[in-house]
Design a protein around this ligand. Structure first.
Ligand code: C5P
Length: 232
C-alpha cells in the first residue's frame, strides 16, 4: 500500500501565547514538529511527508528540518487560513500514486507508531479511520447561555485524536464537497461522516495529547525527558 503523510502545522498556536508558530516551539532538544516527525520514522511511508506551514515562515521551517536531518523526508507546502484549508491543500499536493493518506497534527508528538500502523490498515480496508480514546470525563452539551442541555451516555463518547487515515479518493471528495457547501469541521473523519461515509475507530493512547496550552508544554517536556512514550 502506498501511504503518504500530511502534517498540518500552519497554526499560530494562540492558546500557547508563543511568539512563533506552535510547531516551532522548542521542547527539550527540538521543535514540536521535529518530535512529531520522529514518531513516524518506523512507519512505512512512501513519498515525502507534506508539512503545511504558515505563510512567511518557510525559511525557519527549512532551517529546523535541516538542523534535525529531516529535509530529505519532508516537503514544505504553504498552509491555509483554517486547519481544514491546510489539510485540503495537503491532499491536493499528494503524489499521484498515493492510495492512503494519514493526516496527523504537528501538535501531537506522543502518538504511538502502533496506532498509526493500525489506523493505516483500517483506512485501507474501510476507506476511513481515526484514532480516538474512550472519554474519561462525562461530556456535557451546554446551551449558548450556559445551562446543561443534555448529557450523552459516556460509554459511547470518545475523544478524537489523530492520525486519521483515508483512501485518497474518499477524502478528496469529502473536502471538495465541504468547500462547495461551505461546511467546516474540526477534523477530517467528521468530514467523511458528513459526506455520508463511515469511519472505523482505532484505539489510541492517553499519551497522544494535543499540545495546546502552556500546561501541556510543561507536561510534554517532562514526558520527553523521561522517555515515557517510547514503550508504546
Ligand atoms: O489549533 P489546533 O491545535 O486545533 O490545530 C491543530 C493542528 O492544525 C495543528 O497542528 C496546527 O498547526 C494545524 N493548523 C493548520 N492550519 C491552520 C490552523 C491549524 O495546519 N490554519
Amino acid at each position: 500500500v502506498k501511504a503518504q503523510l500530511v502534517i498540518p502545522a500552519a497554526g499560530m498556536g494562540r492558546r500557547l501565547d508563543a511568539p512563533l508558530p506552535k510547531a516551532l516551539v522548542r521542547i527539550v532538544d527540538a521543535p514540536l514538529l521535529v518530535h512529531t516527525l520522529r514518531r513516524f520514522q518506523t512507519v512505512n511511508l512512501t513519498g515525502p511527508t507534506l508539512v503545511l506551514y504558515p505563510e512567511g515562515w518557510r525559511e525557519t521551517f527549512e532551517a529546523e528540518l535541516a538542523a534535525h536531518d529531516l529535509v530529505e523526508r519532508v516537503e514544505l507546502v504553504v498552509g491555509g487560513a483554517e486547519r481544514q484549508d491546510s489539510v485540503r491543500i495537503g491532499i491536493e499536493a499528494l503524489d499521484a500514486a498515493t492510495e492512503v493518506v494519514a493526516v496527523h497534527d504537528a501538535a501531537r508528538p506522543f502518538v504511538s507508531p502502533v496506532s498509526v500502523r493500525h489506523c493505516l490498515e483500517e483506512a485501507y480496508e474501510y476507506s476511513a479511520a481515526t484514532v480516538a480514546i474512550p472519554a474519561v470525563d462525562t461530556i456535557l452539551q451546554v446551551s449558548e447561555d450556559g445551562f446543561l442541555e443534555h448529557t450523552p451516555d459516556r460509554a459511547r463518547m470518545w475523544a478524537c485524536q489523530t492520525p486519521q487515515a483515508f483512501r485518497v479518493d474518499a477524502i478528496r471528495a469529502a473536502h471538495e464537497a465541504a468547500e462547495r457547501a461551505g461546511h467546516t469541521a474540526t477534523d477530517d473523519a467528521s468530514l467523511i461522516r458528513w459526506h455520508g461515509g463511515s469511519v472505523k475507530i482505532v484505539m489510541g493512547t492517553a499519551h497522544n495529547i494535543k499540545v495546546t496550552t502552556p500546561a501541556d508544554l510543561t507536561l510534554a517536556e517532562m514526558w520527553l525527558k523521561d522517555n515515557v512514550t517510547c514503550i508504546e
